[in-house]
Design a protein around this ligand. Structure first.
Ligand SMILES: [Zn+2]
Ligand SMILES: [Zn+2]
Length: 317
C-alpha cells in the first residue's frame, strides 16, 4: 500500500513493504523490530489522543487494550465519525493502555470470539491454575505456550501480579519483543534464557515459549514438562488436543462475546460493520438491538494466531 494506518503489530495487521506507515510509537517500534528495513519507506508516529489531517479527514488513534501500542482508528469527516476497532479487549491488561470507548456514527468491530459460547474466565484464576500445578509437581518444568507479541508479556505480568518472584525462563523467540516491552517501561522481574539451560536447572521452573514449541523437539530439553497453553481458543477442546496442552489456560487478548456486545452498546453507533472472525452471530445480535449491522469481508485476512506461530517457531532452532 502507498499509505497504511496500522492498528497494531500482529502479523495479520502490520505487514512489511508499505510506503508510508502511520501508527503509535509502540507499534512502529514493534514493526521495526520484526521487519527491519522492510517495514516501510516512511513512518510517522501518532500518539493516543493526538490528531492529524489526512486528505481532509481528521485521523486519531485511541487505545484498544489488545497489545502494547494497539489502537483503534478514529476518522472524522464533516461531522461524521468512523471508528475502526482493530483487535481489542475490555479487561485490564497490565502491559498496555486500556480500551477507550469512542462514541461514533459507524463502528467497525472485530469478532474473533463472536459467538455466545465464548466467555473468557478471570485471567487471575487461570494463572492460579498454573501456580497450583507448580505446587503439585514441583519437580517438573512448566512449559507455557504463548504468542510472542502481547500474550507472552501479559502472562509474565500476570504471574508477577500473582506474587511469583522466582526467575522465569524464556525461549529465544520471545526475548526480543519482551526486551522491547521493557524498553517502554514494563518490568517483568528476573528473566533467564531457557536455551542453553541444563535440564536439571529447569526442573520446577516456569518456561515461556511460542505455542509451536510445545510439541516440537525444543521441548525435549525440559524432561517431562507440564505443558500449558495460554489462548482464548483453549475454550475449545479440539484446539487443546491439537496443541497437546495438558493445562489449557483460557487467556485471550480479544474481546469475548460479552465484551463485544457491551462495546457495541457503549459506542452507540447506529451502524456497525463486523469483521475478523465469527461475524454472523454478532451481526444478528446488533440487528436485534435496532442497529444497521452487516458483515464486512476483508481481503487477505489470515488467522492471526496461526501466523504468529509460524513466525515464532522460525526464530530459533
Ligand atoms: Zn492482534
Ligand atoms: Zn487480528
Amino acid at each position: 500500500m502507498p499509505r497504511a494506518l496500522v492498528t497494531h503489530g500482529h502479523a495479520d495487521h502490520a505487514r512489511p513493504g508499505n510506503g508510508a506507515v502511520l501508527a503509535t510509537p509502540e507499534t512502529l517500534a514493534i514493526m521495526q523490530a520484526r521487519y527491519g528495513e522492510a517495514a516501510w519507506r516512511e513512518q510517522q508516529a501518532l500518539a493516543y489522543g493526538d490528531r492529524l489531517e489526512v486528505g481532509g479527514v481528521s485521523v486519531g488513534l485511541a487505545p484498544a487494550g489488545h497489545v502494547l501500542g494497539s489502537a483503534q482508528a478514529v476518522l472524522e469527516w464533516r461531522g461524521c465519525r468512523v471508528v475502526v476497532s482493530g483487535d481489542y479487549k475490555r479487561r485490564p491488561d497490565p502491559t498496555c493502555a486500556g480500551f477507550e470507548v469512542v462514541p461514533c456514527d459507524l463502528f467497525i468491530t472485530e469478532a474473533t470470539f463472536g459467538l455466545p459460547v465464548f466467555r473468557h474466565p478471570d485471567d487471575g484464576a487461570e494463572i492460579a491454575k498454573l501456580l497450583a500445578s507448580l505446587a503439585t509437581y514441583p519437580e517438573r518444568a512448566h512449559l507455557v505456550g504463548a504468542y510472542s507479541l502481547g500474550k507472552a508479556q501479559r502472562i509474565l505480568a500476570l504471574i508477577r501480579q500473582a506474587g511469583y518472584d522466582k526467575p522465569i525462563y524464556l525461549h529465544g523467540a520471545l526475548q526480543a519483543l519482551t526486551r522491547l516491552y521493557e524498553g517502554f517501561g514494563l518490568d517483568f522481574g528476573a528473566l533467564l534464557p531457557a536455551t542453553g539451560a541444563a535440564k536439571a536447572e529447569l526442573a520446577g521452573e516456569i518456561v515461556l515459549a511460542p505455542p509451536s514449541s510445545l510439541t516440537d523437539r525444543w521441548s525435549r530439553r525440559l524432561g517431562e514438562p507440564v505443558t500449558a497453553m495460554a489462548s482464548g481458543w483453549m475454550r475449545v477442546r479440539a484446539r487443546v488436543r491439537q496443541r497437546g496442552a495438558e493445562l489449557p489456560l483460557v487467556i485471550s487478548d480479544h474481546a469475548d462475546w460479552d465484551e463485544l456486545t457491551r462495546t457495541i452498546a457503549e459506542v452507540e453507533a447506529p451502524e456497525v460493520w463486523v469483521t475478523h472472525g465469527n461475524e454472523d452471530a454478532l451481526v444478528h445480535h446488533a440487528t436485534q438491538q435496532g442497529i444497521a449491522a452487516r458483515a464486512l469481508a476483508l481481503v487477505g485476512r489470515g488467522e492471526e494466531e496461526q501466523e504468529q506461530d509460524g513466525r515464532a517457531s522460525g526464530a530459533e532452532a
